[in-house]
Design a protein around this ligand. Structure first.
Ligand SMILES: Nc1ncnc2c1ncn2[C@@H]1O[C@H](COP(=O)(O)OP(=O)(O)OP(=O)(O)O)[C@@H](O)[C@H]1O
Length: 980
């Protein structure tokens, strides 16, 4: 959506460029030293203390103005009512609104300045009914039209027709300022509507681009803060936007705005830049620059102070206000800040702050490039995207810090470089009804992006002379670039060369390339931009520095520069076209579009990532769950295995213990039970193991074998046959007691008893150790179980672990019970052994008595036999036979006694219900007996005691029958012997 602004016709009467005063070059100024203040003070009609009325004060000189004078000679005839109206139209502030269709077609003077010039030419031209103005983008809403009624109203306030004292004017000026431009615009708008209907036949030139250029002059107060004196050569009239100089080369200079010393920065901004800034936000390029001699207030006007912000901060405020007020579009702002110092471009945003002069040696050289779309631009240049006024101001303040300043003759902090703040505004229309989120979701570009640029330039001040070499060098560069600027502006025309490029009136190239400044301003000066030029002057009081001849010349030069700029610069600024997509017009520069596309892409990527992430998360969660399940199962398995292991261990331990006990019992049998099945008297209980060795030995002797007793008897009776007895004893032992290993290596029973004692004690120690080991294991199992229980409780798996704990506890209890039972069994054995010992003792006593009697009887019989049959043919003596018979009898008796004793014990058990006697004499464990369970641990075997008892009994029976047979054989032999 581009708006082709009307290209204004060149002013029919332009300032004669050839007659312009020299530009601010030192030498020139020196040569023009003769431009002294004209002796116009003598003008008798100048009212004292007040601004001279144009009609009375600024009479045209008797002689025509010098040829070099600007074409705004004072004209008395021009200041009639009509002239006032005309003058008013000169002010760009009162310019009407931008062109609107047919309403713009009005027969108006094409340009404010040309109107002024026309006024000079036709001073008696009657005033226009419609106060006109060049159709301009910078004139608010008036669009270049103003009804005479309005003019009349303005006239009626006496601002134009009646010159007022300075004080009166200044207060009026203030009033004027307090009446906002917007209000004024509204009035004009109202008038325009009325005009549209009635004046459609009137046409204004749509082609006068001068309305797009505003030239203002600001007068700085003197250093003492005094009001600018208007007596003498100078006259400043803010309302008339007039500066009159009464001296040599003097004249009246009319501009769009003349700001007096009373006008503050806010007013300056409102009238010179506000509308331009607004147009930039609408898509036009705009350039504001301050031009003037050093120390006249350029920086003060552009930057201002904290209490009185200048054009730059006020523009920034307006930019963001516009963005706020325009919800239908979205904006992106980026800012760059460069300076041209000694004809080199430096990026002020890339320089370290406070670097001062010459501290940028390491910076990459920035060059000016040209592009058909962008025009002339500096590259590489840092651009910062800003999102708030504060941020933007901070960026600019940072650049200010880096800017070069130095003290000069007229300014303690003089800018030594041209500084260019460039704010690039990208904007795009939002699709109606769609929120930004919708746009992003759909990924549809809602519209093209429009890019416009606002350049705010604070030029370095022209300077005549400098004290130091450095200042002189700076000054020469500054002056050269300003001279080139003035030259270009002076040569500006609508003429194009054969290539279609702007050329001067003679068709020659314009010297834009002669300086970096003009090259950079080329786009603005050649009409592609709205332009506002603020020229600052100081015409101070008499006696001040500013009142010197040189200073006056500089001031005049500034005024002439401003006049030329106003007359020559023609702006055909067009609203920038909207670039569709990143590849459209504007190309890669359109960051907004790029960002938007990037956002859309990123959003898509994010969504797809989010989807895949969600899926991945689900998968991971499932994986985690299954892993957790697996871990739990594994843990449970491990726990189960541990439990099984513990149980196995416990079972193994118990089995071992049972085996051990069984071994002990068997060992007891082997050591303590003789061939007739009697038991060793040594118990497993410690207290029994500590019994006196004498008792044990005695018992063992009795249990070890009857041949031992026999041996003793034999020894005691037949000392001379000791060796024979021993042999016989060994034979008998080998024949009768095959399983008796308790006799020891010496076979005398004494050594065996000692070794038995040792073995039993060792067994006892083993058992104790074993019990301790078992107790330790149980303790460990308890601890492990309790720790698992606590862990299980902490992890919330109460049920399982508590259950497990119960099973472990039950196991422990069971094991405890088993231990108790084992102990009880040991006690039982001890008791049994004690009983066996006592029985053996009593039997031993009885045996002694009986054996003595038997011995005497046998000896008696033997002696009788010997006497009856001397010299036996068998070789066996009758004494040996008798002894054998005696031994057999004793053994038979002993076996009987043992059997009897065992029967008694079995009977005891039967009575106590521990065992049940079968029908054929067999025994078995009583069902439900605790001991059975304790001993057998679930095995279907009879208890060890019973096995032993049964076995002993069987052996005893076998021994008895054997003894009986032997006895019978002995008796037969004896009978044979007797017969023999
Ligand atoms: N309108 C004004 N009202 C009050 N003080 C002003 C005004 N204009 C300028 N000054 C003061 O004058 C001094 C010089 O002003 P400034 O630095 O803006 O001049 P300049 O034109 O930028 O000079 P240079 O070209 O050397 O940088 C500053 O101290 C500033 O405060």
């Amino acid at each position: 959506m581009s708006t082709a602004l009307p290209r204004p016709a060149r002013p029919s009467i332009g300032p004669p460029s050839m007659a312009l005063p020299a530009l601010p070059v030192g030498k020139t100024r020196k040569s023009t030293g003769g431009l002294t203040v004209p002796v116009t003070r003598s003008t008798p009609s100048t009212p004292k203390g007040g601004l001279r009325s144009p009609s009375t004060t600024f009479l045209p000189p008797a002689t025509p103005a010098p040829t070099g004078a600007l074409p705004q000679p004072r004209s008395v005839s021009g200041f009639n009512a009509a002239g006032r109206t005309i003058r008013k139209t000169v002010s760009i502030n009162s310019f009407p609104q931008p062109p609107r269709g047919d309403a713009r077609i009005m027969s108006m003077p094409p340009s404010p300045l040309s109107a002024g010039a026309r006024k000079l030419k036709s001073p008696t031209t009657p005033s226009y009914q419609l106060s006109n103005g060049t159709p301009s983008l910078l004139n608010g809403t008036g669009e270049g039209r103003m009804v005479s009624r309005l003019s009349g109203a303005r006239n009626s306030d006496g601002l134009i027709s009646v010159s007022s004292p300075a004080q009166s004017r200044s207060s009026s000026a203030q009033d004027s300022y307090s009446t906002s431009a917007t209000q004024y615009d509204e009035l004009v708008e109202l008038a325009q509507h009325k005009l549209d209907a009635s004046a459609s036949n009137r046409r204004i030139s749509k082609h006068d681009g001068k309305g797009n250029v505003i030239v203002s002059v600001r007068v700085r107060p003197d250093s003492a803060g005094n009001e600018t004196r208007t007596d003498g050569e100078w006259m400043v009239d803010g309302r008339k936007s007039l500066i009159g100089y009464n001296g040599r080369e003097g004249g009246d200079y009319y501009y769009d705005n003349v700001f007096t010393t009373h006008d503050d920065n806010s007013r300056v901004y409102d009238h010179s830049a506000k509308r331009l800034v607004r147009r930039v936000m609408e898509g036009y390029h705009g350039t504001v620059f301050a031009y003037g001699m050093t120390g006249t207030g350029k920086t003060f006007s552009m930057q201002g102070t904290a209490s009185s912000p200048g054009v730059i901060p006020l523009a920034i405020t307006d930019i963001f206000s516009y963005i706020r007020e325009t919800p239908s579009r979205e904006f992106l702002l980026r800012v760059s800040y460069l300076e041209i110092y000694n004809e080199r471009i430096h990026d002020l945003l890339s320089m370290p702050t406070g670097s001062g002069i010459g501290a940028n040696g390491s910076q990459e050289e920035i060059k000016l490039r040209e592009d058909s779309k962008r025009g002339v631009y500096a590259s590489p240049l840092k651009e910062e995207i800003v999102q708030s006024p504060t941020q933007l101001l901070r960026v600019i303040a940072r650049g200010d810090q880096a800017r070069r300043t130095a003290s000069t003759q007229f300014n303690a902090r003089s800018s030594r470089s041209h500084a260019v703040v460039q704010i690039v505004v990208e904007s795009r229309e939002r699709v109606p009804g769609n929120t930004a989120a919708d746009d992003k979701r759909q990924g549809l570009p809602p519209g093209g992006v429009r890019v416009s640029t606002l350049s705010l330039i604070d030029l370095a001040g022209s300077e005549k002379a400098a004290e130091t070499k450095e200042r002189r060098q700076e000054g020469s560069h500054i002056n050269k670039s300003l001279l080139t600027l003035g030259t270009v502006i002076a040569k500006l025309s609508e003429t194009k060369d054969k290539d279609g490029k702007p050329a001067d009136k003679d068709g020659k190239h314009l010297p834009y390339r002669d300086s970096k400044l003009t090259r950079l301003l080329q786009g603005a000066l050649s009409g592609g931009s709205l332009v506002s030029i603020l020229c600052t002057i100081q015409i101070g009081a008499a006696g001040s520095v500013a009142s010197g001849n040189t200073h006056t010349l500089e001031t005049l030069n500034t005024l002439k520069f401003a006049s030329r700029a106003k007359n020559n610069i023609v702006s055909h600024a067009k609203r920038a076209e909207e670039a569709l997509g990143a590849g459209g017009d504007g190309g890669a520069r359109v960051l907004l579009e790029r960002y938007r596309m990037e956002i859309v892409e990123l959003r898509k990527e994010l969504e797809s990532q989010a989807k895949s992430n969600t899926k991945k998360e689900n998968d991971e969660e499932q994986e985690r769950d299954s892993e957790w399940e697996r871990a739990r199962e594994k843990e449970a398995e491990q726990r189960h295995e541990e439990q099984m292991l513990e149980m196995q261990l416990a079972r193994t331990a118990l089995k071992e213990r049972i085996d051990h006990l069984n071994r002990l019992i068997l060992s007891s049998k082997s050591t303590g039970v003789n061939a007739s099945g009697s038991y060793s008297s040594l118990g497993t209980h410690p207290r029994y193991s500590q019994r006196s060795s004498r008792s044990s030995l005695a018992t063992t002797f009795k249990l070890a074998g009857m041949e031992r007793t026999g041996s003793m008897t034999s020894t005691s009776s037949t000392i001379g046959r000791k060796s024979t007895h021993r042999k016989s004893s060994a034979e008998a032992s080998g024949a009768v007691m095959d399983d008796d290993d308790s006799q020891g290596e010496f076979g005398d029973g004494t050594a065996s008893l000692a070794s038995q004692n040792r073995a039993l004690q060792a067994d006892l120690a083993d058992k104790n150790r074993y019990i301790q080991t078992l107790e330790k294991r149980l303790l460990q199992a308890r601890r492990a179980s309790s720790s698992r229980t606590s862990v299980g409780l902490a992890s919330g798996s109460k049920g399982i672990l508590v259950g497990e704990d119960h099973s472990v506890s039950a196991l422990i209890k069971e094991k405890d019970a088993e231990i108790l039972e084992l102990r009880a069994r040991l006690d039982d054995k001890d008791k049994m052994l004690t009983a066996l010992r006592s029985a053996a003792r009593s039997r031993e006593n009885a045996d002694r008595v009986e054996s003595r009697a038997e011995l005497s009887r046998a000896e008696l019989r033997t002696s009788q036999i010997v006497e009856a049959s001397s010299g036996s043919p068998t070789g066996k003596g009758p004494t040996t036979l008798v002894r054998q018979v005696s031994q057999l009898r004793m053994r038979t008796k002993s076996v009987d006694e043992m059997s009897k004793m065992l029967d008694e014990m079995i009977q005891d058990r039967v009575e106590t219900g521990q065992i049940v006697r079968g029908t054929r004499g067999s025994v078995r464990v009583a069902p439900g007996s605790n001991k059975e369970r304790g001993v057998l641990m679930g095995q279907n075997e009879p208890p060890i005691q019973l096995q032993l008892l049964t076995k002993a009994r069987e052996r005893a029976s076998a021994a008895a029958s054997l003894a009986g047979e032997q006895m019978q054989q002995a008796q037969v032999q004896q009978a044979q012997v007797v017969e023999v």
